[in-house]
Structures are given as structure tokens and as C-alpha cells.
Ligand binder design. Structure first.
Ligand SMILES: C[S@@+](CC[C@H](N)C(=O)[O-])C[C@H]1O[C@@H](n2cnc3c(N)ncnc32)[C@H](O)[C@@H]1O
Length: 460
């Protein structure tokens, strides 16, 4: 039997531990560090139909696929569940860890992103296999993740670098088939995960079938953002950091649903989705097409830190002149009724993770400063009475915004699924209970990635 390391808590530097211990008890922080290395206990799925009754039908189709997978892998049944509060959400439990699995003698090595997908239920696509001793179709293998990224593709010997066991699988392709072509030319499942450390159906495999136009894999707090934004017919909405478009497409679906009684299609409203490169904007477009909301989504390349038109530029501005996919200069001040600002963050809350490389200065200076720059643009683009959503890095950015932008205030969220904001971060007691925090492994973060949401209104 091979001796294997299994998942261990994320190890942060002393300065990062000390920083977070200002806000969490030791027990809470240890729980967060352990939870970051394991998957959440649910996979969330947003249904793409605007008709909530379709959730039942989609749930039946999905359940059949899940039943087939469980049968073929000889697992107990796994039941899909309807979310009690979010009407367009289904979720599937992730069971584990199955620590009693005995690793097979032969092993293959996969990269970290493949390892992460395995822990969330995926089988292994052939390009994800980094190395293997000679192995044939049908053989069982232990699947190990290359933690330091040092394993060369196609390595033939026993890899002795740092590696972690994520389960056993069955080869659907031989070593020869996997390594005789370029990864870009390879496709299909190379290894079926028969005994993963965490057990849940592989929904991404199903996505290649007709289900891709019915469902969208998305984390629960991200789906919550769309519901809280609650787009209304006639609204001018912008999602300023939108790619790949998960939240944009959800907002568009909700707008379609909210406009369904409205026969005048020209007043449905509009969602502008911007990101900083053409490639990222193309991705938003692809998702808008897949989700059936292309009619409402106009996407452009725009640096959100420089998105306000000068007085001269405003004179010639006409939204209808802008061509989807183009680089644009920005928008007039106070142009939007609702703004979603989902800025880049430290990704500290993503899970599962094998290691996290983040510096304290990233969390306390670099990222908040960048978010503040983006926030300043968003504030200027917002109409008086407009609503701004900011899934920011943390409470400090929101507390800074409340002090620096007169007329801005937090709004009580209509749906609360998260925990209050942290103590000692600049928000007062009332404000703390108006933001929502999801900390991996703790209370509301038990079943999700880490996340933070604030809903603000510009009163004047
Ligand atoms: C957290 S992701 C957005 C995820 C997206 N809202 C979704 O739900 O699918 C942050 C995005 O911000 C974009 N971004 C970063 N800086 C930007 C800038 N100055 N202008 C526009 N987009 C920017 C990144 O390219 C990235 O796609």
C-alpha cells in the first residue's frame, strides 16, 4: 500500500495568521484554514429558465443523470435538492472525505487545477494528466496532485515531489494515448474517478449535453447577488467587472422574468457588461448566448477605473452608436440605475485550494486600494437613488466608501443568507448587520466559498 498525504489545512505565513487573529478567535481561524483545503459541502446550480416551474422538470432530468453516474460508479444514491429561498437554485451534496480509501499501487499525477476539479466531482480530462508510469485502459490508479508544480508533462518515472492523494480512478485512455499528442489536441475523459476522496456527481460532464442550455454552475453567494440587485423593467444596469458573466447573465434572466408582464419590449431595460480585455468580453458574450439573454446584454471592453466620459465626450455620446465587443471610452456621470461592482479580490475564499500564495500587503493595501479606485468610478456612474452592489474584499472598503462619499448608505438586504460583518473593521453595529459575510467552514460559509456582499444606495 502506498503511503499518502491527504488534504491538510492551508498554511499561512505568521503575519497573515496574526492579522486575521485580530478578527477571528483561534478556533474560528483554524476552522477557516481547514475548510479552505476541502470543497464546500454543496454544489449549487442556477437554472436558466425564467419560469420557476421549470425547476422541477430540470431537477428530474438532472436527477436521472446523477442516478446513472452513481450506478456506474457503484455509489449510494445522491439526491438533488431545491433551494428553500432562492427560487432558481438546485443543489447537490458533496460527501466526504472518504479517508478509508486505499490508494492503488500505480499512480498518475495531475496538476492543481485538475485536482481542485476532482474534489468538486469532476472526472479527469486527458490533458489534465501530467505524468504516469506505463498504464493501460481499464487499470485502476491512485490520483496524486503535484503540489509544487514541478512535475514535467509526460514524466515516466515515479514522481517523488510533494503530492497529495485525491482518490482512485480507472484509466479510460492508456499512457501512450495521453502523451502521444499535444495537450491542445487531446479531448475526452482520460480517467474516471471511481473512488474520489469527496463524492459528488460530475456536473461538468453533463454540461457537454443539452443541459448546458438549462443550468449554470454558480456559487450560492454569487446567485444571491443577482436576487438582491433585483433588476426592474426599464433599468439601465452596468456590471463593471463582468467576465466571465455569471452574474451578468443571472441579472439578465431576472430582468426578463421581471419584465415578462411588460408587452413593450423596448422598455425591458439594458445590461451593460464591461471588462478590461477583448478576450474577457468575448467570454461574457458566449455565456450570454448560452444563457439565452443576449438580447439584453451589451458587452464592451472598458477599464472600469477610467469609465467616466469628459464633458466634451458626453456631447457626442449615444448608447445606440456603441458596437458590442468594441473598446469604449466610458459613460456619462449618473447614467445607471443599478451598478454591480464585482472587483478582483485576493481569491482567499476560493475552495478547495492546495496552497494559497498571498502577501499581507495584498490583503491590506494593494487590493483594497484598487477596489477603492473602482468604487470611485462606480459611485460617479450611479444616478441619485441608484443602487450599488459591491462584493468587495471586505468591510474596510465599505467603511471607507461610507466615510468618503456623502449621500451613500447601506441598505438592509431583502434576503439574508450570510453572517454579519466582522467587529473592528470600521462598520458600526447597525452597518455590520446590513452586510453579508460568508467565511469558509463557519456558519453561513459552511457550504460555500468565502464571499462578502454590501448593497448601497446613493440617496442624493
Ligand atoms: C471577480 S471577477 C468578476 C466575476 C464576474 N462578476 C462573474 O460573476 O462572472 C473580476 C473581474 O474584474 C475584471 N477587472 C479587473 N480590473 C478591471 C478594470 N480595471 N476594468 C474592468 N474590469 C476589470 C477582471 O478582468 C475579472 O474578470
Amino acid at each position: 500500500m502506498l503511503k499518502c498525504n491527504t488534504l491538510i489545512p492551508i498554511n499561512f505565513s505568521k503575519e497573515i495568521n496574526d492579522y486575521f487573529l485580530n478578527y477571528y478567535t483561534i478556533n474560528q481561524w483554524e476552522e477557516i484554514c481547514s475548510s479552505l483545503s476541502i470543497p464546500p459541502c454543496m454544489t449549487y446550480i442556477r437554472i436558466l429558465s425564467q419560469n420557476e416551474n421549470d425547476r422541477d422538470n430540470i431537477s428530474i432530468i438532472l436527477q436521472e443523470i446523477i442516478n446513472e453516474q452513481c450506478k456506474s460508479k457503484e455509489w449510494d444514491d445522491i439526491k438533488i435538492i431545491k433551494h428553500e429561498i432562492l427560487p432558481d437554485v438546485l443543489y447537490i451534496p458533496i460527501y466526504g472525505p472518504f479517508n478509508d480509501i486505499i490508494p492503488c499501487n500505480k499512480e498518475i499525477i495531475v496538476d492543481k487545477s485538475t485536482g481542485t476539479s476532482i474534489l468538486r466531482g469532476a472526472d479527469i480530462f486527458a490533458p489534465g494528466v501530467l505524468a504516469a508510469r506505463p498504464v493501460e485502459v481499464g487499470e485502476n490508479v491512485a490520483v496524486m496532485v503535484d503540489i509544487d508544480g514541478n512535475c514535467r508533462r509526460g514524466y515516466l518515472k515515479n514522481y517523488t515531489g510533494k503530492k497529495l492523494f485525491v482518490g482512485n480512478g480507472k484509466m479510460l485512455m492508456s499512457r501512450h494515448e495521453i502523451f502521444s499528442s499535444n495537450p491542445s489536441e487531446l479531448s475526452g475523459i482520460g480517467v474516471l474517478m471511481t473512488q474520489p476522496l469527496y463524492r459528488t456527481p460530475s456536473i461538468s460532464t453533463s454540461l457537454s449535453s443539452h443541459l448546458s442550455s438549462l443550468i449554470f454552475l454558480q456559487n450560492k453567494p454569487s446567485i444571491l447577488v443577482g436576487h438582491l440587485l433585483n433588476p426592474q423593467p426599464g433599468d439601465n444596469i452596468i456590471d463593471m467587472c463582468a467576465s466571465p458573466g455569471g452574474k451578468t447573465t443571472h441579472i439578465a434572466s431576472l430582468l426578463l422574468r421581471n419584465s415578462s408582464c411588460n408587452s413593450d419590449k423596448s422598455s425591458d431595460g439594458i445590461i451593460i457588461a464591461t471588462d478590461r480585455s477583448k478576450q474577457k468580453v468575448d467570454k461574457i458574450n458566449q455565456n450570454a448566448v448560452r444563457c439565452g439573454v443576449k438580447r439584453l446584454v451589451k458587452s464592451f471592453v472598458l477599464d472600469a477605473t477610467k469609465s467616466i466620459l469628459s464633458d466634451n465626450e458626453v456631447i457626442n455620446f449615444n448608447l445606440k452608436d456603441l458596437k458590442c465587443g468594441d473598446q469604449i471610452k466610458g459613460f456619462p456621470k449618473e447614467f445607471f440605475d443599478r451598478i454591480l461592482l464585482d472587483p478582483p479580490c485576493s481569491n482567499l475564499g476560493q475552495r478547495p485550494n492546495f496552497s494559497i500564495n498571498v502577501k499581507l500587503s495584498d490583503i491590506t493595501i494593494t487590493i483594497p486600494d484598487y477596489q477603492k479606485k473602482l468604487f470611485t468610478s462606480a459611485y460617479k456612474l450611479l444616478k441619485p437613488n441608484g443602487v450599488l452592489f459591491n462584493p468587495a474584499e471586505n468591510e474596510q472598503v465599505i467603511s471607507w466608501a461610507l466615510k468618503n462619499f456623502p449621500g451613500l448608505s447601506l441598505i438592509e438586504p431583502e434576503i439574508k443568507l450570510g453572517d454579519p460583518g466582522l467587529v473592528g473593521t470600521g462598520l458600526n453595529e447597525t452597518q455590520r448587520f446590513m452586510v453579508q459575510r460568508f467565511d469558509p467552514g463557519i456558519n453561513s460559509g459552511y457550504d460555500t466559498i468565502g464571499f462578502f456582499i454590501a448593497k448601497l444606495k446613493k440617496i442624493h
